[in-house]
Each structure stands twice: as C-alpha cells, then as structure tokens.
Design a protein around this ligand. Structure first.
Ligand SMILES: *[C@@H]1O[C@H](CO)[C@@H](O)[C@H](O)[C@H]1NC(C)=O
Ligand SMILES: *[C@@H]1O[C@H](CO)[C@@H](O)[C@H](O)[C@H]1NC(C)=O
Ligand SMILES: [Zn+2]
Length: 390
C-alpha cells in the first residue's frame, strides 16, 4: 500500500498539462506544472469545497469571537447535520452516485462490564477483515492507507491536540529542529486556539483527527462528512487557507466506506500506525511510562524495515514525556526523523513548500478552453457562510 501511495505522488509530481488563460477573444497557453501543488486532479471535490488563500478570502483572527462563531460547538458531539454546508453533501452525493462510496453496515460499539467501549462490531457477524469491510480496527489495510514509514525512518506524529501539553511538546520539537504531524481534534482547536497557533507557527503539520473523536465506522455517511469537513474547515480558515492532506481515524477505526468518503469527498489520505505506544492508557492504569519506554526500546533497536509510525499523543505531560524521553534513543539508534505527513510530500493538498497556491491556477476540465479557471474554482467555495447556524 505504501508503494502504491508513493507511486501516486510520484506520478502526480511529474504530470504536467498546458495552462490556459482566456484573454478576451484569444487564448494564451503556457506549459506549467500544477499537479505537484494538489495531490488530486483538479476536478476533485475538495478543490471546490474550501476557498483558498490568495484569492481574496478573509479569515477571522484565530480565537476571536468571529472565528468562534463560524464553527459547531466543541461539546464532544458530531456537529449537527443542520450546520453542514450544502456543498459537502452535494460532493458526497456525487461521489455516491458515481459508485465511489461502498455500502457497509454501520458498527455498534459494545461496552465491557465497566461500561468502557470495546471494538466496533458489524451486524450479523460479518467478517470485518473481508474485502467488503476491511476494517482497520481489525488490522485490514485498505488500498492507499498509510501504516508504515519508509525504511530507516521514524515518522513523527501526535494525536488528540491541541491541548495544554502541546506547548511543552512544541518547545521540545523546536529545540530539536523536528517537525511533527499533529492529528488534531477540531473541537480541541476551537477550545485551544493558542496551542493551535503554537503548532502552526513552529511549522508543525495540521492534520485531521475528526471534530469529536467518535468511532467513525458507527457514523452515517453524512456524519462522517460533518466530522471530517468541520475539522478541515477550522484548520483551513486558521492557516490562511491550507487544506490538510491526511487524517487519522480515532482509535484507528475506519473501513472501506469511511476511507472512501475521506478520499472522494475531501481528498484525505488515511493514516494509521504500525506500533501503538498505548500512552493514552497511562492515565487509565492500563500502561505506564516505564511500559512505554520498554516498548520504545524494543522498536527502536529492532528492524528498520519498515520504518516506524508509532501512535503517540499530546494528551498529557506524561504522554508527551513518552516521546521526549525516548528521543535521544531514536537518534542514537540511527533513525532518520521526519513528520509523518512530510514522508509523503507536502502536508497540505494545496501547498508547495510554504506557499499556499492561489485559486486561479486550477485548470478547467477536459481541455475546455472556454471556461476560465477563476470561475471554475470560486463558484461554490463559500462553504461556511452557507451553513445555517441557528
Ligand atoms: C505539565 O508541564 C508543564 C511544563 O513543564 C507544567 O507547567 C504543568 O504544570 C504540567 N502540568 C501538570 C498537570 O503536571
Ligand atoms: C472568466 O471569469 C471572469 C470572472 O469570473 C468572468 O467574468 C469571465 O466571463 C470568464 N471568462 C470566460 C471566458 O469564461
Ligand atoms: Zn485520538
């Protein structure tokens, strides 16, 4: 799967197409590269769903009252369907109508005797690893998903922020010249704009970890769209228009339906992990910092093929310590380090390096030279303003 992904990005990066600008009555053609800027063809719905920086969009200050007013509440719930911009649902329906969203029964989440959630279950004892489901909770690796790093590389990523411990982590990463991919909870961004900005300002990758951290396989298509879309929207608006390229499902729970929605509607690549530090269980008594250290010792001194993508969290000071304390061992064991997203190119779908690509470079489809690119990309992008917030 990893090779497949690399192949796709390699293909994209060399693909060029004539760029056509309409100048009054005649067309001027210039040969320029565009697909290195976006990881998807320009007819992908994500290109229409988020208004890009550089095209006159105004983004309210992160943390301001206006900024807060644009997003659903951060109350641990999937955003209300009534708030979902019509464009997102149109994109879902278009993908569904084109047969790109597999039908999979929703899971239910059984509880253990203490009331703690257990692994999602499909109805009628369906095999979760079968091709019709391919649940990542049950270790089925979907086509295009990322589980492994390249050989010799430790992919750096943290889930569940931004939160208070994010500041400590960011300071450490800056001191050590490291960049991480931060799989962020949209509701936590809304609640912790200061820590969000610390991540963005040091150059950390802002990636998607849903709005409210549910088991995604238990949600309807529309709720999957709301969880992903609002998290992309708040990241996009708070970064001057950057569109995240990757998401990690909470608890790693995804299947062919959920990953297809992420990919087909929002252009998101699903990222799982190949080792789980279980650091999140420390506060619940199911893991200790010593336990994390022992696991890290084993992995860091073990095989370098494939490279490591370890599940770690910026949840508490202790989980952050699970990375910081082991960092010298990562280096002394000869691992190269890189943010997980940047192992696979840019961290965003619409950037090249630090530049946010402006909207007017996107080509009309099928060599249609009569439509200019500005109109084709700006007609349906005001997704937040169309959301009803009553
Ligand atoms: C976490 O670490 C920071 C920085 O060292 C410290 O200020 C804070 O009090 C710590 N929080 C807890 C809950 O221990
Ligand atoms: C190009 O876009 C502009 C601005 O939206 C529009 O006024 C113009 O008619 C478009 N030109 C063509 C050839 O579609
Ligand atoms: Zn999480």
């Amino acid at each position: 799967m990893f090779q497949h992904t690399l192949f796709c990005f390699a293909l994209i990066s060399v693909f060029t197409q004539p760029f056509v600008v309409a100048h009054g009555s005649h067309n001027h053609k210039a040969h320029r590269r565009y697909f290195q800027d976006w990881a998807h063809p320009q007819d992908h719905s994500v290109n229409k769903l988020f208004k890009r920086g550089g095209d006159g969009a105004q983004y309210p200050d992160v943390g301001s009252a206006e900024w807060l007013s644009k997003y659903p509440p951060a109350n641990g719930q999937t955003p209300d369907k009534g708030l979902t911009p019509k464009e997102w649902i149109d994109a879902l329906n278009a993908a569904d109508g084109a047969g790109k969203i597999p039908k999979v029964d929703l899971t239910t989440i059984p509880k253990d005797k203490d009331g703690n959630p257990m692994a999602p279950a499909y109805p009628n004892n369906q095999d979760p690893t079968g091709p019709g489901i391919c649940s990542s909770t049950y270790q089925c690796r979907g086509a295009g998903d990322i589980w492994d790093g390249p050989d010799g590389v430790f992919g750096v990523s943290f889930d569940d922020g931004p939160l208070t411990p994010t500041s400590t982590l960011v300071d450490f990463l800056k001191q050590n010249n490291e960049i991480a991919t931060h799989f962020m909870i949209g509701g936590n961004i809304r609640n912790n704009p200061q820590q969000f900005l610390e991540v963005f300002n040091y150059g950390g990758d802002c990636a998607v970890h849903t709005w409210s951290h549910p088991y995604m396989t238990s949600l309807s298509n529309e709720d999957v769209v709301a969880e992903l879309g609002w998290t992309m929207q708040i990241i996009h608006d708070s970064t001057g228009g950057k569109v995240p390229k990757m998401w990690r499902p909470p608890t790693g729970d995804s299947d062919i339906r959920v990953r297809a929605i992420a990919k087909e509607v929002f252009g998101l690549t699903t990222v799982i992990w190949n080792q789980d530090s279980q650091d999140w269980r420390i506060s619940q008594g199911g893991q200790t910092l010593d336990g994390v250290n022992a696991d890290m010792d084993k992995w860091l001194t073990g095989s370098k093929s494939p490279g490591l993508i370890i599940l770690e969290h910026e949840l508490t000071n202790i989980t952050v310590q699970g990375f910081m304390g082991n960092y010298p061992k990562i280096k002394s064991n000869g691992w190269n380090t890189k943010s997980v997203a940047q192992l696979f190119g840019d961290a965003y779908q619409n950037t090249k390096g630090d530049q946010v690509t402006s909207a007017n470079v996107y080509l009309p489809q099928n060599g249609d030279t009569s439509t200019n690119t500005t109109t084709s990309t700006s007609s349906s992008v005001s997704s937040t303003t169309t959301a009803s917030r009553t």
